[in-house]
Design a protein around this ligand. Structure first.
Ligand code: FAD
Length: 511
């Protein structure tokens, strides 16, 4: 297939993975990104002389990368230095109390027993059994599937799998379902927060999202060099296999001829012809017409709501007063207000939950008194393309967020030189047509997981990959989406070749 050319628009996680998969099979691949470097949301910012992971920080589901690297005759372990974290996350409440969850689930049971009593520790054990069942039930028929449809999924899960899902409470929300396991409101809040990993509200996310708890309990790893080392490593493997990466160039149009994709037009005016195009931006950009009218009309309108955006602070600062671990979550009450503020009032939360990733901690102790790298994050509405998100509103949310940290004992010596803020407005600029939504459409309601577009679009030769596409957001899921898209493109190219041999190419649609 060496003569075939594929353009990948976007060097985010799914884009770079699809480029690796295709170039490994001898396809000529060109990746275009408007950003200056690989990774998309997996980005680093330089603040006060330090490189700070300013996108994803929680690395899970390493099996996705073990399998990917193996499939291209490479070794994840040899190319990247990754280590499991003993503490999955440290949680603290404004009202008092803190709880660590551990990689060793027996240690978590003990910690929960001390924090909330013996009965809740037993409830946690019951919860662990259930989330494992849910994860095992959905892993093959949903997470790994090209295009899961409700009926096929039910068939693939079988009677036992259906029983597992029914036992969650058909159609119930994650929040409701957690009420059957935990009586301590803090534990319910802690496990409900997992809905935000795919940009959703626990009150509207389906109970099946409790499987994210299993994903974390299977392990959280730290990558030496930061998360950004991961897409950099995959990019290097793709380059070794002949792929070309062009940065600082926006793709303005995906062009079609006779109803099929034929190439892309860059903002420089350059035209690149292609047998197929993988679009790794958010699918809402296609519908909004940002890639041209030829591909916007056939793209089905998205019917759901935008997922969460974020307000983040990348910092190189001195801290004191609270023993941070690698991943830290600071909670306050009332928890539901955060999600009504964001999803119903479309405003920044008045009482945000604050996540702090202390990037120099977790595997070794941090020297007290020296500067350390932090990413602080609060959830935000995806209204970065609206005029009502004002500086005053953002400053107020910032004050509320850092006051919560202080109430929990954490002092951060922050100033404009050692801190860089990113708002939904910047996220919307970086990820066009999203309003700053970082996880595609929210996973709200039972059917939302089936309404995500799949790798194969309605336009022959156009393929989709990324967090807004099946199987959904998150670094490993986007990587899976890149593999699925790569496999679809390879099948498409093979079908073109066989049609050309049979003399039928250009007649009926190939797709
Ligand atoms: C602050 C933050 C925290 C997160 N935390 C976690 C976490 O802890 N764990 C986790 O697993 N996930 C986390 N995520 C989610 C995860 O980062 C994403 O789901 C995943 O990286 C998305 O990858 P993607 O393939 O969709 O590509 P994206 O990262 O969305 O990249 C798409 C790329 O396409 C480019 N592009 C788009 N349109 C064009 C165009 N027209 N021309 C040229 N280039 C274009 C963009 O510049 C971008 O580089 C987080 C995300 C953010 C932002």
């Amino acid at each position: 297939m060496a003569e075939r050319h594929v353009v990948v628009v976007g060097a985010g996680m799914a884009g770079v993975v699809s480029a690796l998969v295709m170039s490994h099979q001898g396809v000529r691949v060109t990746v275009i990104d408007q950003a200056a470097a690989v990774g998309g949301k997996v980005r680093q910012l330089q603040v006060n002389g330090a490189l700070i992971d300013s996108g994803p920080t929680v690395f899970t589901m390493r099996w996705v990368f073990d399998e990917l690297f193996q499939s291209v005759n490479a070794s994840f372990d040899q190319l990247l230095s990754i280590e499991p974290l003993p503490v999955l996350a440290r949680h603290a409440w404004a009202e008092g109390g803190s709880l660590d969850l551990f990689a060793d689930s027996r240690a978590s049971v003990d910690a929960i027993g001390q924090f909330a009593g013996h009965a809740e520790a037993q409830n946690f054990k019951r919860f662990c059994l259930k989330v494992k069942e849910v994860y095992d039930t959905l892993q093959a028929p949903y997470i790994r599937a090209q295009a899961p449809a409700m009926m096929q999924l039910m068939k693939a899960m079988g009677v036992r799998g259906l029983g597992v899902l029914a036992s969650l409470g058909a159609m119930s929300s994650l929040w409701d379902s957690l009420g059957r396991y935990f009586t301590d409101p803090r534990l319910r809040q802690l496990f409900a927060r997992y809905a935000t990993y795919c940009g959703s509200s626990p009150w509207q996310a389906p109970a099946t999202l409790m499987l994210i708890a299993q994903v974390e309990m299977d392990g959280v790893w730290a990558i030496q060099g930061g998360m950004h080392a991961l897409p950099q490593c995959i990019e290097a493997l793709a380059i070794e296999r002949g792929a070309t990466f062009i940065y600082g160039q926006t793709c303005q149009r995906i062009e079609t001829r006779d109803g099929r994709v034929c190439g892309v037009r860059l903002e420089s005016g350059e035209y690149l012809s292609a047998d197929a195009v993988v679009f790794n931006g958010d699918v809402s950009a296609l519908h909004a017409g940002l890639l041209g009218a030829q591909v916007s009309k056939p793209t089905p309108k998205l019917t759901g709501v935008r997922s969460l955006s974020a307000l983040t602070w990348s910092m190189n600062v001195k801290t004191s007063g609270f023993a941070l671990d690698r991943h830290n979550v600071f909670f306050q009450h009332p928890y539901d207000q955060e999600f009504t503020d964001i999803f119903e009032r479309h405003q920044l939360p008045r009482a945000p939950t604050v996540y702090v990733c202390a990037q120099d901690r977790g595997l070794s102790d941090h020297a007290n008194g020296s500067e350390e790298r932090l990413l602080c994050l609060v959830n935000a509405p995806a209204v970065g393309d609206q005029t009502f998100l004002t500086d005053e509103a953002i400053d107020l949310c910032q004050d509320n967020s850092f006051q919560l940290l202080q109430r929990c004992g954490l002092q951060i010596q922050s100033n404009p030189q050692n801190t860089q803020r990113t708002t939904p407005i910047e996220f919307n600029r970086l990820f066009p047509a999203t309003g700053g939504a970082l996880y595609g459409q929210a996973t709200h309601g039972w059917m939302s997981a089936f309404s995500r577009p799949t790798a194969k679009s309605l336009i022959p030769g156009l393929f989709l990959a990324g967090g807004s596409v099946h199987p959904g957001p998150g670094v490993p899921m986007a990587a899976l989406s890149g593999r699925l898209a790569g496999a679809q493109v390879l099948a498409h190219l093979a079908s073109i070749s066989s049609s050309i041999r049979a003399g039928t190419f250009g007649g009926t649609l190939m797709h």
